[in-house]
Design a protein around this ligand. Structure first.
Ligand SMILES: [Zn+2]
Length: 348
């Protein structure tokens, strides 16, 4: 099947309107299936001082009483891309973009560009820059350079109890220059093991602020006329090391993956945040055999609870899935290695 093939009807059935609303930053109030708020459309005419926009997240339809626009999920995304949904070409380009970003199965058929000359990437804030993501962007494609001269002897991770072996296995080095300066560089690999970018964990907690997030994720970069973007929501950290694990543990953070691995529990991936997207749920399904099982192991807080609920809803119809609960405000890394082993191997 060519990579640019798209069936609108089945695509609409597979897309989660909630994921798409989140993706485009639409801030709506949840009221059951009917979500409401200010009109997020760039084409909206008139004032935005009343909640004129409503979306039925179950049916995947929406309308705005202010500007009169309405339509389905793909039409919504087309308008958010500042394209015209009446134009079949624009509509199709948006559908392909959504398929690429949100439908996990497409992962293996993604267009991979030829690497260009060496160039420094523009690592940016963790905020994914929506304006830069036009149809035709390439998502999570291999990187054509590696960060050089990382300091693998930096004390930060060792002081947090990680061994040399873990630091080496995950390629974690401190970066002293460039946009990753002051951060531990965390290499991100796609399912085939190709390096697609780096996340950066800040070392100086006190420096964290509005423009200095704890974690920095790859920004977009231009290569031979093609825009490359990184989508956390279409990626599983550490997924590339695992070959159809019969049991898989899913944690929120990078550190959770390292900690479990250090405890000898190596079948572990991270969602890199407290949410599980449809695309990530698809990747989890692809990874674990049909008779296998998934242990969702989030942090013990409200966000973790929500992540577990999201994951359970999406995975339960397809795989045996279980929620490993931690006490309030505890993270997997707060559990002692030996106890972690007892906690999880009791289930495995
Ligand atoms: Zn409107």
């Amino acid at each position: 099947m060519p990579h640019d093939w798209v069936n609108y009807k089945s695509l609409r059935a597979e897309l989660s309107f909630i994921d798409i609303l989140h993706h485009y930053g639409a801030e709506l109030k949840e009221r059951g299936e009917q979500w409401q708020g200010f009109c997020p459309l760039p084409t909206h005419q008139g004032k935005r001082n009343s909640p004129s926009f409503s979306a039925n997240v179950g049916k995947g339809i929406w309308q705005c009483f202010g500007c009169g626009a309405k339509g389905n999920v793909i039409e919504f995304a087309t308008r958010m891309e500042r394209l015209n949904p009446e134009n079949p070409d624009d509509f199709r380009r948006t559908a392909l973009l959504l398929q690429k970003m949100f439908v996990g199965k497409d992962g293996g058929e993604r267009e991979v560009p030829r690497p260009g000359p060496k160039e420094v990437t523009r690592e940016r804030s963790g905020q994914e820059d929506l304006d830069e993501e036009r149809p035709g962007s390439v998502v999570n494609a291999p990187l054509d350079f590696e960060l050089q001269r990382l300091d693998y002897d930096h004390p930060y991770l060792r002081e947090r109890g990680f061994t040399d072996e873990i630091i080496k296995t995950f390629g974690l080095g401190y970066c002293e220059r460039g946009l990753m300066k002051g951060r531990i560089a965390i290499p991100l690999h796609d399912a085939k093991g190709a390096l697609i970018g780096y996340a950066g964990r800040i070392v100086d907690e006190e420096a964290i602020g509005e423009n200095t997030p704890r974690y920095l994720f790859p920004g977009s970069r231009e290569r031979n006329g093609t825009r490359h973007v990184f989508r956390k929501s279409a990626f599983l950290y550490n997924g590339f090391r695992l070959e159809n694990p019969f049991q898989l543990v899913v944690v929120e953070s990078f550190t959770g993956v390292w900690w479990l691995t250090q405890a000898g529990i190596t079948n572990v991936v991270a969602l890199m945040g407290a949410s599980c997207s449809e695309a990530q749920a698809g990747l989890l399904r692809d990874l674990v055999p049909e008779d296998g099982s998934v242990w969702v192991f989030p942090d013990g807080d409200t966000a973790g609870k929500r992540m577990a609920e999201e994951a359970l809803v999406m995975l339960a119809p397809h795989r045996f899935v279980r929620w490993v609960k931690l006490p309030e405000d505890k993270q997997p890394t707060d559990v002692k290695l030996a106890e972690l082993h007892t906690l999880l191997t009791a289930l495995l």
